[in-house]
Design a protein around this ligand. Structure first.
Ligand SMILES: [Zn+2]
Ligand SMILES: [Zn+2]
Ligand SMILES: [Zn+2]
Length: 701
């Protein structure tokens, strides 16, 4: 697939994927959420991976979420090319470089006997500051870095929050430092805060370079999700550092390619709920990319439904391919991705995506087909020839109540289109043998021996030299199509006769016939039916909506807090409770909340658990601006979470969890305050302990 055919994916190391989850990330949480829950996004993207991730707020540098937080804060390593934007920035600031300066990149580069040749493809134009960042051109950066005086770069980096920098005092050392290969070690948190600062204060050309890197340069696998950023690789670590409108993100993964190994993880963090798609390559590890669900839907519509004429039929297909993706997400888990890009899963044709297909994806964004609280098995085929097939007759383990055989009067109205396929006895035997199926040594006769309820062939008998063999019609079709071309036996709705030396199959329809019939869907749409009508017809008993529970979140504005509820009538009394709790939390702490807290009350404990991943005995939790609560929370719980909300903005990231939690329990006057906290409170006063949130705990605690 096109988006993989990219020079940046130079090496793909295997990393275990998150366990296959069949529920879309939005399930149980509605899609009305106005705020990203960074802890949830980071945990989901990093699940099962070794590596480090950190998300900080752009405006304050405050940590919003980490994975391997101790590493994020304390493990300093060579930053490689993620340092380049700061070098360009320093050169521009010191007037040693103008945005218009260029260099013809000679590609090869050796410094002190080490090879630092550029890895970008040959460029047909001189490199500028912008394209140097986009393509990560070592030559450009090393060349202009020589205009810096001894120690100047180190001073600039220190001034921008990098503490572990050694002044470079020779041309070689300056160039190595500029490439992030010597004389500078950064922690992921330092780098994230550096990028947060850069996003706000660096010259435009630097920011444009980082935008270009995701648009056409080394960081393309972090593209189309609002990220700008830079990749890097050094010391066996793959880096991505970048920013969105609101946050800066750094991902460090084991690997040899920042573009291939770290950039797509950053994309998953800022655009959660998508799928990892892999392209299998003979004898090579698969290429993998993370795609948002809507990117995937547009590509799959292009591969699987590009012939549909009506917008409503395309929308129905968009819901089907989206649902299929989450239902079968993880089926290639052992290969390190979720779905392949062929008809085995769903065929992707990114090169043929057009505005019409994108529109259909957009118009149905976030909608799935549900059955009994789970995404449906949304099979579809091109032309059922008037009768759909029961899934259980094709795949015995897929018998579902909404995938039954039924008359499709819509496609039947257009008339059945017949097809014919002839194959010699020898070619038929070869095809079966190639597929590992048993067959007579010479086939004299082929007969349909059993049919499904829809009239499709279920089983065939092959007779000839060496006896009689029975074979499932779907196996025969697969064997013939694989050997002789995918359009040979178009369906199993056929008759077969011997004519001379050949067996002639005459049939109707295209595809297995299960689920949505694309031809019929087009007819329905042309007669004015909506995509919901189409889905209801082909998948009877299913529901279309954003999540299993189909929560419709409503907002009630309080004086200080916003309450999000699915049942405003029931939860209305919580609004003054939340307002009071916030005021009380401010009084107790002497701090003032700068943001409006969003208090989300779930309609059931199960819904709360699904959405938060907290055990049922946790009454609520607080993530950034969002406070999430179980149904009917006591005022004490609301106060507890409000205290977290007020304090969190005023707390250093290295203050340990036990102290944050204990202090809040003690301040709230909770029934249960940990013993360790009780004894602290016996020896220190409130103001002193609140001060520790900002200064860190005193030594020895
Ligand atoms: Zn170059
Ligand atoms: Zn597949
Ligand atoms: Zn049909």
């Amino acid at each position: 697939m096109g988006r993989f055919r990219n020079y940046i994916v130079t090496a793909v190391l295997w990393m275990p994927l998150a366990a296959a989850a069949n529920i879309p990330a939005s399930a149980g949480d509605g899609d009305a959420s106005p705020v990203t829950d960074w802890n949830v996004s980071v945990a989901a993207a990093m699940k099962g991976r070794s590596g480090t991730a950190v998300v900080v707020e752009r405006s304050t540098g405050r940590v919003l979420a980490t994975h391997n937080g101790a590493h994020a804060e304390h493990t300093a390593a060579l930053p490689g090319s993620t340092l380049k934007p700061f070098v360009i920035w320093a050169l521009l600031d010191l007037h040693r470089l103008r945005a218009s300066d260029t260099l013809v990149c000679p590609h090869s580069l050796a410094i002190g006997g080490h090879d630092f040749a550029c890895t970008h493809p040959p460029l047909n134009a001189p490199v500028t500051a912008e394209t140097a960042l986009a393509y990560s051109c070592n030559n450009f950066v090393a060349h202009f870095a020589l205009r810096l005086h001894d120690g100047e770069l180190a001073a600039f980096l220190r001034a921008h929050g990098f503490s572990n920098v050694t002044p470079a005092v020779s041309p070689d050392r300056i160039r190595m430092q500029a490439l992030g290969e010597a004389g500078v070690l950064v922690t992921p948190l330092e780098l994230a805060r550096g990028y947060a600062r850069l996003a706000d204060t660096a010259p435009d050309v630097v920011k444009q370079g980082l935008r270009s890197a995701v648009q056409y340069g080394t960081a393309q696998l972090a593209g189309d999700c609002g990220l700008s950023g830079k990749t890097g690789t050094a010391g066996g670590r793959a880096w991505f550092a970048g920013f969105t409108r609101d946050v800066a993100v750094v991902v460090v993964a084991p690997g040899a390619s920042g573009g291939g190994d770290a950039a797509p993880i950053a994309k998953e963090i800022v655009a959660p709920g998508g799928v990892w798609v892999g392209e299998q390559r003979r004898g090579l590890p698969p290429l993998r990319a993370y795609m948002t669900l809507e990117e995937y839907v547009a590509d799959a519509l292009s591969g699987e439904g590009g012939d549909l004429r009506s917008p409503e039929a395309l929308k129905a297909m968009a819901v089907a391919v989206r649902t299929y993706a989450v239902r079968f997400r993880g089926r290639h888990h052992s290969e390190g991705f979720d779905l392949c890009d062929t008809t085995h899963c769903q065929r992707l044709r990114p090169d043929a995506v057009n505005a019409r297909l994108r529109q259909a994806a957009h118009d149905t964004a976030g909608q799935f087909l549900w059955h009994e609280g789970a995404p449906a098995y949304a099979y579809y085929s091109q032309d059922c020839a008037g009768t759909t097939e029961a899934a259980g007759d094709v795949w015995p383990d897929q018998a579902h109540s909404y995938l039954i055989s039924m008359k499709d009067s819509f496609c039947a109205r257009q008339g059945r289109v017949g097809w014919q396929f002839a194959v010699s006895s020898a070619a038929l035997r070869n095809a079966l043998e190639n597929a590992g199926l048993r067959a007579p040594t010479r086939i004299d006769d082929v007969e349909v021996s059993a049919r499904t309820e829809s009239g499709r062939a279920r089983e065939l008998v092959l007779r000839g030299e060496g006896g009689e063999v029975r074979i499932a019609a779907t196996s025969l079709r697969f064997a013939i199509d694989r050997s002789l071309g995918w359009d040979s036996l178009r369906s199993t709705l056929f008759d077969v006769r011997r004519e001379g030396d050949q067996f002639v199959f005459r049939g109707y329809g295209i595809g297995h016939g299960v689920g949505l019939c694309q031809k019929g869907a087009d007819v329905m749409a042309s007669e004015g039916r909506s995509y919901r009508d189409i889905l209801a017809f082909y998948y009877p008993g299913t529901i279309v909506g954003p999540s299993a529970q189909d929560f419709a979140w409503r907002k009630i504005n309080g004086e200080r807090a916003e309450l999000w509820t699915t049942d405003p009538g029931h939860d209305q009394p919580l609004v003054p409770i939340a307002d009071t709790a916030l005021r009380k939390a401010e009084t107790i702490t002497g701090m003032r909340a700068r943001l409006v807290p969003l208090v989300r009350v779930y309609p059931s404990v199960t819904a709360f658990r699904n959405a938060t991943a907290e055990p049922g005995n946790v009454a609520g939790d607080e993530r950034g601006r969002v406070i999430r609560l179980q149904p009917d929370p006591p005022a004490q719980t609301v106060l507890h979470e409000m205290l977290h909300f007020v304090l969190e903005a005023n707390t250093r990231p290295d203050v340990p969890g036990w102290f944050r939690e204990g202090l809040v329990a003690w301040l709230a006057g909770d029934h249960e305050v940990p013993e360790r906290m009780r004894s602290l409170a016996a020896h220190h006063d409130r103001a002193e302990m609140l001060g520790w949130l900002k200064t860190g705990l005193p030594m020895g605690l």
